[in-house]
Design a protein around this ligand. Structure first.
Ligand code: HEC
Ligand code: HEC
Length: 307
């Protein structure tokens, strides 16, 4: 758009008039300014579904929210997630009013992702990786929501979780949250390059890499001071140390190959769980985001494997 000198001149004039008036009517002007402020803050800022589609990939939502069968409806739930506390089933997150989250408001969605709470206030189990997703920015949450709204609604009902005895009590999660959950969006640390910050955001918030790569204590909480240092998954599977103590064995391009085509420098293929992360998530990242993710892993403090 070309600047229109006449319009600009008029705006200047209007501005000057307003300033002159505000001297005469300070209260009224303040009220007007306040109203304008409230209006801009509450104006419905529509999320961008196209961006949301990319973020859904970066967040790996598809895997946990889609059944294992070939013909499973994407995001209609049914995927079994085995944990030491029992089996969780990813629920239907399509906009179906009964079976899915069609009746939800955007605020309900934000509360689920940021605070791990259902619309009725009950806790979600941390098998839903909200301890990582809480770090997703407001803008990205809005875009994720906009994309989920575009999915075809599926009437497939969500399955009840199959949990051991009292582990099924949602209120116990309150205690878990006291110990292990800090809600709030990712804050860029000072003195870190923009690319490393972007990578940190992708790894810690959307990519939730720590959900598998950070070892857990017996309560299922991440071990402090062992962030991304690897160990064992609940089913006993070894999970790699992502800090430079181990990853220095691979060059950046070897790491990029692993995270996009899923081959190691010696021609191995990863286990099924990491294979799915590569398929659904890391191979879908833009080259810039992949480079940022790698730059961040390189910047981590090296933590030797635990003996
Ligand atoms: C590691 C598996 C996993 C991943 C990845 C995952 N979810 Fe979930 N999600 C779950 C489980 C399990 C639940 C149910 C938790 C419960 O019932 O307490 C859940 C619940 C939800 C709910 C609440 C649904 C309801 O009916 O109450 C929403 C919304 C949701 N997830 C959205 C997402 C989005 C968006 C992403 C990607 C950014 C995502 N999830 C990624 C496992 C996952
Ligand atoms: C569902 C669990 C899970 C999640 C989530 C996960 N990983 Fe993994 N990852 C694994 C397992 C298990 C292995 C070990 C694979 C093997 O030995 O074949 C692994 C291996 C790796 C390796 C190979 C390291 C080596 O030294 O061999 C890299 C790199 C890696 N993951 C990066 C990531 C990144 C980056 C993320 C987040 C975007 C991520 N992973 C998320 C389970 C996971």
């Amino acid at each position: 758009m070309r600047a229109n000198p006449a319009a600009a001149g008029f705006s200047l004039y209007a501005c000057a008039r307003l300033m002159a008036r505000s001297v005469r009517y300070p209260l009224e002007s303040a009220a007007l300014a306040l109203l304008l402020g409230v209006w801009t803050a509450t104006a419905p800022a529509q999320g961008d579904a196209k961006r949301g589609e990319y973020l859904v990939r970066a967040g790996g939502c598809l895997g946990c929210h889609t059944g294992e069968k070939e013909d499973a409806v994407p995001f209609a739930g049914g995927r079994a997630l085995k944990t030491p506390f029992g089996t969780f089933f990813g629920p239907n997150i399509t906009p179906h009013p009964q079976a899915g989250i069609g009746r939800w408001s955007e605020a309900d969605f934000v509360r689920a992702m940021r605070h791990g709470a259902r619309p009725d206030g009950a806790n979600y189990f941390p098998a839903f990786p909200y301890p990582s997703f809480t770090k997703i920015s407001d803008g990205d949450l809005r875009d994720l929501w906009a994309y989920l709204r575009t999915l075809p609604p599926s009437s497939q009902p969500s399955r009840e979780h199959d949990l051991w005895f009292f582990f099924g009590w949602r209120f116990l999660v309150t205690v878990w949250k006291w110990f292990f959950f800090t809600p709030g969006p990712f804050v860029n640390p000072q003195g870190v390059s923009a690319i490393v910050n972007r990578g940190a955001y992708l790894v810690q918030a959307l990519g939730h890499c720590g959900e598998c790569h950070t070892p857990r204590n017996f309560l299922g909480g991440p071990k402090r001071g062992r962030f991304l240092a690897g160990g064992k998954l609940p089913d006993g599977e070894d999970v790699s140390n992502l800090t430079p103590a181990q990853l220095k064995k691979w060059s950046d391009s070897e790491l990029a190959d692993f995270l996009t085509i899923g081959t190691t420098p010696d021609g191995d293929v990863p286990s099924e769980s990491m294979g799915e992360v590569i398929r659904n998530t890391t191979s879908q990242l833009t080259p810039q985001d992949l480079a940022a993710l790698i730059a961040y892993l390189r910047s981590l403090p090296p933590l030797p494997d635990e003996k």
